[in-house]
Every structure is written in C-alpha cells, then in structure tokens.
Design a protein around this ligand. Structure first.
Ligand SMILES: Cc1cc2nc3c(=O)[nH]c(=O)nc-3n(C[C@H](O)[C@H](O)[C@H](O)COP(=O)(O)O)c2cc1C
Length: 186
C-alpha cells in the first residue's frame, strides 16, 4: 500500500483571520484523506494546539499551502522570515517537485490580495514547485472571485471569515490534495 498523501498548511496570522482559513484548509485536507500538518510561524496569534513551523514541515509534505495577511500589498515579514530560513533546503533541491498554493486576507477590498498571492507564487517558482491555483474551477470560486487563492476581506475587521471564504478554502484544499496525490514521486 502506498503511503497517504501529506499536506502542510503553514501560516502567519496576527488577529486570527488567516488562522481561521488555515484551519478550514487543514480540516478539508484531512477529510480528503491527506495526512495533514497545521503549523504557524513565530509571532502568530497564540494557538496552543498549533506547533511552530520548521523546514521539516515542507520536506515531509507532498503539498504545501502558505497563508499570510496582506501587508502593504505584500507577504507579511513574519512569513517571509520563515521562508528565508529555507535556504539550505532549497540548495539541496528539497523543496522541488511539490504542489504549492497560497491564501491571504486583507482589510480592504482592493487592498492587495492578488499581489500577496502572486508574491508567494514567485517563491514557489524558485523552489521548483508545482503551483496549483484554484482558478474559477467551481461555482464557489465564482462566488469568492479570486482565482489566485483563497482571500478574505475583513472590511476593517467588521467581517469575520464567512461561508463564501470557507467554501473557497475547501475548494482550494481539495484541489491541492488531488494534485499532490497525482504528482507525488514517492
Ligand atoms: C502593517 C500592516 C499592513 C497592512 N497592509 C494592508 C494592505 O496593504 N491592504 C489591506 O487591505 N490590509 C492591510 N492590512 C490589514 C491586514 O491585512 C488585515 O488586518 C489582515 O488581513 C488580518 O489578518 P490576520 O487576522 O490573520 O492577522 C495591514 C495591516 C498591518 C498591521
């Protein structure tokens, strides 16, 4: 019997929005049969049941989903600092041939969701990753409207993560599990 597909969900979150999306993604990956790790990076809002991420969480995984709040239209420094610890793994070719996908949240509607998701995609290319975008592949994605990844807008912290965003997160998680399962080499 081949081992089950492995998915790591790694995020930074200061006020809980990205953490909520991360949990939805991790639960969906698990429901879709994946062995799943949910991990936060240093500085994230306390979550005693979520361990801190290490390089091994990427090495272990067949598929990796990275989440960050949008900061000035870009990836948060905290998640970027974690990515910048991965030099040795990258140099050894250990980040390649995995499926990658990204998610984010903003305060404003045009606050830079796409630029943050595309910035994360840039790193995925450097890793030699297989980028799996959700696209407009299901009705849920037409409702959420962001083909680059799950993205929630809090409208100045007045809108917690809602059903539309959760449905988009589930589509993305299911898709990553499916492609990680189909493309994994060992
Ligand atoms: C330093 C800083 C920069 C931010 N930049 C943006 C931005 O460019 N666009 C935006 O819509 N929201 C911006 N925000 C708001 C956060 O993106 C928003 O609060 C975040 O999505 C909440 O995620 P979290 O609850 O997971 O921390 C910024 C917040 C901070 C603290």
């Amino acid at each position: 019997m081949p081992r089950e597909v492995r998915i790591s969900v790694i995020y930074y979150s200061a006020t809980g929005t990205v953490a909520d999306i991360a949990r939805e993604i991790a639960e969906t990956a698990e429901k879709n049969g994946a062995e799943t790790r949910l991990r936060r990076v240093e500085g994230t809002v306390p979550a005693p049941d979520v361990p801190l991420a290490t390089a091994d969480d990427l090495l272990w995984a067949d598929g990796v989903l990275l989440g960050s709040p949008t900061r000035f239209g870009n990836v948060s420094g905290q998640l970027k600092t974690f990515l910048d610890t991965l030099g040795d793994a990258w140099r050894g070719g250990l980040l390649a041939d995995k499926v990658y996908s990204a998610f984010t949240s903003t305060s404003s509607r045009h606050g830079g969701q796409e630029s943050t998701l595309l910035a994360l995609t840039t790193s995925f290319h450097h890793f030699g990753g297989i980028v799996v975008a959700p696209g407009y592949t299901s009705p849920e994605k037409f409702a959420d409207g962001n083909p680059y990844g799950t993205a929630h807008c809090t409208e100045g912290r007045t809108r917690p993560v809602d059903d539309t965003t959760r449905a988009a997160a589930r589509v993305q998680a299911e898709r990553v599990v499916r492609f990680a399962r189909a493309t994994r080499l060992a």
